[in-house]
Design a binder for this molecule. Structure first.
Ligand SMILES: Nc1ncnc2c1ncn2[C@@H]1O[C@H](COP(=O)(O)OP(=O)(O)O)[C@@H](O)[C@H]1O
Ligand SMILES: [Mg+2]
Length: 433
């Protein structure tokens, strides 16, 4: 009995051989035994035949390398030689085999020496295990590991790049903030300069307006003075002259050459008187100061119709007995005067309508003609040039009073001029400057 081998040596050899044979034939472990020197297969168990997909009879008696061609290149043949020489058990793990399958399979080899009757190696036994799952798993794990390493390297690189980008971003932001501050400073300076410019222009505009107002007032005062002088002094002188001529006519012998001349001289004197009167009225009608805008314009309209031969329809709406501020009355008088003069000069109209309307807080003058009309947009005559009060001049004058001038005109369809001036809401009785 060899207890170490788990073998009862008293049992006869044929029985032992049957036991061994039984075990190896039933074993699920692919096993093959080869002759030590030639590696010719001397035994193959069914598991090995199944494993390589061959009949056992085609394997026994053939070289091991014929069944497993990879054994030549993967060091298995050398291993068999070594084990045969040393008698020591060795293994060869996860060798790739491709010859039968399209996808590689992996075999692990365990190799023992088979001792002969003289206790010396006579052959070699090879057990094969399919290690494909382990190998695939290992290679997948390696790939995953590699990917992980790569990704951590990439992550590191990315972090570095991010850091660099952040630094550049901060730098750019810093630069930008600097520029913005610089530009803001420039803009603030420009703005201040602009404000100063606007301020000085506003002052200049205020000065200009004030000057215009003074000019208009001075002009009106002067016209009033000259008109009064003409009317009072020149008028009286002409009247006196007329009376003198009348007396002379009564006392001059008739007929005589002097007596013949006298009616003509009286006629001339009357004409001078009328001209002086007309001149004074044109300059500044006393009615405007003494009786108010409505009467002054009514007189002017009658006079104008007679002079121009154009029919005028004068209407007043909402007018009481009160007076408007003098500046407003004068401005509106000049507006109507200029507009009606334009009608004679430019329109070729046959009929004109003049409406003067007074409503709470507003006075409106509307002059409408049925003349040739014009392109109101394109009119830009220089205001106040040579003392002339054109449309621009009267617009300016109305603006000084907070009023407006609207010109509605279509060539061929007549012209409507509308002047509006706001009034102090206290009433119209008070007279100002
Ligand atoms: N009622 C009107 N009908 C036709 N054209 C007019 C009328 N009023 C003004 N215009 C046109 O507008 C121009 C400007 O008028 P205005 O400023 O009073 O200057 P002026 O009378 O000295 O020409 C006139 O030259 C004329 O062509
Ligand atoms: Mg004019």
């Amino acid at each position: 009995m060899d207890a170490e081998l788990g073998l009862d040596t008293s049992v006869d050899t044929p029985l032992l051989r049957r036991i061994c044979r039984y075990l190896s034939e039933r074993s699920p472990q692919p096993t093959v035994a080869v002759e030590g020197l030639t590696h010719v297969v001397i035994y193959v168990n069914p598991a090995f035949a199944r494993f390589v997909g061959r009949e056992r009879k085609d394997l026994v008696g053939r070289p091991f390398a014929e069944t497993v061609p990879e054994s030549e290149g993967n060091g298995c043949q050398a291993l068999l030689d070594r084990v045969f020489r040393t008698g020591l058990h060795e293994t060869l793990a996860e060798q790739e085999h491709r010859h039968t399958q399209s996808v590689p399979v992996y075999w692990s080899y365990a190799v023992w020496a088979i001792l002969g009757a003289d206790e010396r190696p006579a052959g070699v036994m090879i057990q094969v295990t399919d290690a494909t799952e382990t190998a695939v798993f290992r290679s997948q794990a390696a790939a995953v590991n590699e990917a992980l390493v790569l990704s951590s390297v990439r992550q590191h690189e990315l972090m570095e790049e991010t850091g660099a980008l952040n630094a550049r971003l901060r730098e750019a932001q810093h630069l930008l903030e600097g520029r913005v501050a610089e530009r803001t400073g420039e803009l603030a300076a420009a703005n201040a300069a602009l404000q100063a410019e606007i301020g000085s222009r506003e002052t200049a505009e205020v000065d200009r307006r004030e000057l215009l107002r003074l000019l208009a007032t001075a002009q009106e005062d002067e016209r009033r003075r000259i008109a009064r002088d003409l009317h009072d002094q020149m008028g009286q002188l002409v009247t006196a002259l007329g009376l003198g001529l009348k007396t002379l006519e009564a006392t001059t012998p008739d007929p005589s050459p002097a007596r013949l001349q006298l009616p003509q001289l009286r006629e001339l004197t009357d004409r001078i008187g009328r001209e002086v009167h007309q001149l004074a009225r044109d300059l500044r009608p006393t009615a405007l100061d003494d009786l108010g805008l409505l009467t002054a314009l009514s007189n002017y309209a009658d006079d104008w119709a007679e002079r121009s031969g154009i029919e005028i329809d004068f209407q007043s709406v909402g007018w009481g007995t009160g007076r408007l501020p003098q500046a407003v009355e004068t401005a509106l008088y000049r507006v109507v005067q200029e507009t009606l003069t334009n009608v004679i000069r430019h329109s070729g109209a046959r009929r004109v309508s003049l409406v003067l309307q007074l409503s709470p807080g507003l006075v409106t003058a509307v002059v409408e003609d049925d003349g040739v009309g014009f392109d109101a947009e394109s009119v830009a005559a220089p205001a106040w040039a040579g003392g002339r009060v054109g449309l621009l001049g009267i617009r300016e004058r109305l603006t000084l009073l907070g009023g407006t001038l609207v010109i509605e005109s279509v060539p061929g369809r007549g012209t409507t001029v509308i002047a509006r001036v706001p009034l102090p809401t206290r009433g119209t009785e008070d007279r100002e400057g």
